[in-house]
Ligand binder design. Structure first.
Ligand code: GLA
Length: 695
């Protein structure tokens, strides 16, 4: 007994001394890591159909030499795979996939439904979508098919099925991508869609009375007495209920559209082949949590456009994508230096592409793929960044990507079975974003910007933050922060209250708890169903013309854009921050209040805080919720991240600046990318280091 006690004490002490202690999560199957292949991969997007076959071998040789392990292909090759209706030609793709395999490169096959061929749209002009202004798309661009059209869907299912039958058992095909970058504007705004929307509303609301009541449609004489009177909302003055439901309908449309293809793929393909979709970060055209449900994992396309990588924005977007399925993900497209579609298509600095690649891995990606390998000699994207030039020889960035590939391969065993495990969750809700964007009340109000300001303050103090749906399980989080949960129906409030009652630490930001599920005002003051637990409420909200001071437990600073006058109602509710002199209404009034509830605590922040106050508010949250801090203090511009699993913790340090940065580790470590050992880490501009705790 005594010996056991002694052993435990030594173990505890060693944890304290190392400074890296944290529970190891239970990470079993991570489908983003492919059995028998490197755990972390570099890939590229290759379009063999655009080149003579005699060229393929050289392309693949160059890819292999750059340590590229995966290609995505075929997502725009419909006219090459089905040159005329029902006549499939997959032979060329078989040969391309086989040749890639010879170079130890796996293939991800994309369904080509983002680019219907001319024979199809000519034969069925009604499969061309109609935009918001009533104009029908013409051939010659992409995404011109109508995702709402049953005829179009039929063609999509047929090509996806033929591909699945053909490639579903190919050992070198590791997975599938459905279509390409689903988009809101890519809906077809036609009569058929309108009818689908009306049917969708009918099955949800059952009776028009119900819909009219929940939408308060007596307002401006909007009352409907037939389902076919309900419009698709176009323009910016619509009933809030209509607007929110339309967004949800769009989500369900994309879900059905992808299901149509996923079902036939799953019916014919080996279960080891994954199915993913490529998303666009914070793009809010549909609810990504729902669309991600049937996918094996989520992927996104990480483009900087003009300027340079902002580690917090980019890190936040990685974490958002990881949160779609609460699992590792792929960066299935990213820019090889520059894009062609931004205002200024500047090239990323030397080393910046590598820093970005490692950041993706640090935040839970298991693949980083460069779009694209080589520009077609004609076509819309001639100026985009590539790995080889129009002459087929490497461009200067090729060596940097080869270095990334080399490094991924050298440490890949460490990443096997690891993922990001966080004690902090930021709640992100499409319903709330849609509701706020529709009625911003202050055109400077920036929902993603607010999320980012909370993220930045918390991420600076920790080595990971999760970004998840408010409906996700919350039990294992020490701190849950909801920067703007505007739509907060009863079931969601109950979910949050249960978390707090059981000991959770919940922080709500401005505009919380204002709307019901139909985007109508709740008949209570904010935060609605959470008001009683908070022991306080919002007396009035104010859109601000200019910043003004506030002060209290988090120090002095400025409130920007939005301020709510709060009031404590329960005797044990405490005021944390108060407004300074401003518009008279807010002078001296509470700006942030807090109260214990059950075994936990609920806090409401009614003001948009400046960066300095946000930082101290973050300190307060981390300290009072007892979140484990990042074990390594990093200077400005250096990010520390941790992936854990399989009995080990892998740490990554990334310098996002163009200057040298020094970091001191709690004890000497073997640095795996430079091979050095010690506790002093010198990171050159855009430098990266990786080290591991555990086996
Ligand atoms: C998107 C598309 C790609 C390509 C790139 C260019 O992400 O999915 O096909 O057009 O943009 O940046």
């Amino acid at each position: 007994m005594k010996q056991l006690w002694w052993f435990r004490f030594v173990l505890f002490l060693s944890f304290l001394l190392t400074g890296f202690a944290q529970t190891t999560p239970n990470t079993t199957a991570i489908p983003t890591q492919l059995p028998g292949r490197d755990a972390i991969l570099v890939g590229t997007d290759w379009y063999p159909e655009q080149w003579p076959e005699s060229r393929w071998e050289e392309d693949l040789r160059l890819m292999e030499a750059a340590n590229i392990k995966v290609v995505r292909l075929a997502e725009f090759a419909w006219s090459s795979m089905e040159p005329s209706e029902g006549h499939y030609d997959f032979n060329w793709l078989d040969r391309a996939i086989n040749l890639a395999a010879k170079h130890r490169i796996a293939s991800v096959v994309g369904t080509p439904t983002g680019g219907p061929p001319a024979w199809l749209t000519q034969q069925h002009p009604d499969t061309l979508r109609i935009d918001e202004n009533g104009r029908r798309a013409v051939h010659g661009n992409r995404a011109h098919g109508s995702v709402n059209s049953p005829v179009y869907r039929d063609y999509c299912r047929k090509i996806a099925e033929a591909m699945a039958v053909h490639f579903g058992h190919n050992p070198n095909v590791v997975g599938w991508q459905i279509d390409n970058e689903y988009g809101y504007a890519l809906m077809s705004f036609d009569d058929y869609t309108r009818k689908q929307f009306q049917d969708w509303l009918q099955s949800k609301y059952k009776t028009l009375d119900n819909l009219n009541t929940l939408w308060t449609s007596t307002y401006w004489s909007q009352t409907y007495d037939r389902w076919d009177q309900i419009p698709i909302p176009v323009g910016d003055s619509n009933n809030p209920g209509l607007v929110l439901e339309w967004r949800r309908f769009v989500t369900d449309t994309w879900n059905d559209y992808q299901k149509n293809q996923i079902d036939v793929i799953r019916a014919h393909a080996d279960p080891r082949q994954f199915v993913t979709g490529n998303f666009m970060g914070f793009f809010d055209g549909f609810d990504h949590y729902k669309i991600s449900e049937p996918l094996t994992f989520a992927s996104w396309d990480d483009y900087v456009g003009t300027g340079h990588v902002d580690p917090f924005s980019n890190g936040l977007t990685h974490d958002l994508t990881r949160g779609f399925k609460r699992s590792n993900f792929w960066v299935i497209e990213t820019q090889p230096g520059a894009v062609n579609w931004a205002g200024v298509n500047n090239f990323l600095n030397r080393g910046e592409v590598r820093a970005m690649a490692w950041q993706a891995i640090a935040h839970g990606a298991d693949d980083v793929s460069y779009w694209q390998w080589r520009s077609a000699l004609n076509g819309q994207e001639e100026y985009h960044g590539t790995l080889v030039g129009p002459d087929g020889t490497p461009v200067p960035l090729y060596d940097e990507i080869a270095q990334i590939g080399r490094e991924f391969s050298s440490v890949q065993d460490l990443f096997r079975g690891t993922t990001v495990v966080s004690q902090v969750a930021l709640l992100h809700s499409y319903d709330s974003r849609w509701a706020i964007q529709f009625q911003k009340h202050n055109d400077k109000y920036d929902d993603v910007g607010l999320l980012k300001s909370y993220y930045t303050s918390l991420r600076k103090l920790t080595d990971s933050v999760d970004v998840i749906s408010p409906y996700a399980p919350l039990d294992h989080y020490k701190l849950v922060v909801a920067p703007d949960l505007n739509v907060l129906p009863k079931d969601l409030a109950d979910h949050l209250l249960e978390y707090v009652r059981n000991g959770g630490f919940l922080v709500l930001g401005p505009r919380s708890g204002m709307k019901d599920d139909s985007n109508g005002l709740l008949p209570q003051r904010q935060p609605g169903y959470l008001g009683e637990a908070l022991g306080g409420r919002v007396e009035q909200y104010y859109a601000l013309e200019k910043d003004f001071p506030l002060s209290g437990a988090w120090g002095d600073g400025q409130v920007k854009v939005w301020a709510e006058q709060l009031k404590t109602l329960a005797p044990n509710a405490e005021v944390l921050m108060k407004y300074g002199p401003s518009n008279g209404w807010l002078d001296g009034k509470p700006a942030a209040i807090t109260r214990t509830y059950g075994k936990g605590r609920i806090t409401y922040i009614g003001a948009v805080l400046d960066d300095k106050l946000m930082a101290t508010a973050g300190e307060w949250m981390i300290k009072n919720s007892a979140v484990t801090r990042a074990p390594i203090a990093t200077p400005d511009g250096v990010e520390v991240s941790r992936r854990s699993g399989d009995g080990k913790q892998v740490f990554l340090l990334i310098n996002f600046t163009q200057e040298n940065r020094n970091v001191t580790l709690p004890r000497p470590m073997k640095l795996l990318l430079t091979g050095k050992e010690g506790s002093a880490v010198n990171l050159p501009p855009y430098g990266v280091e990786v080290f591991v705790e555990g086996k």
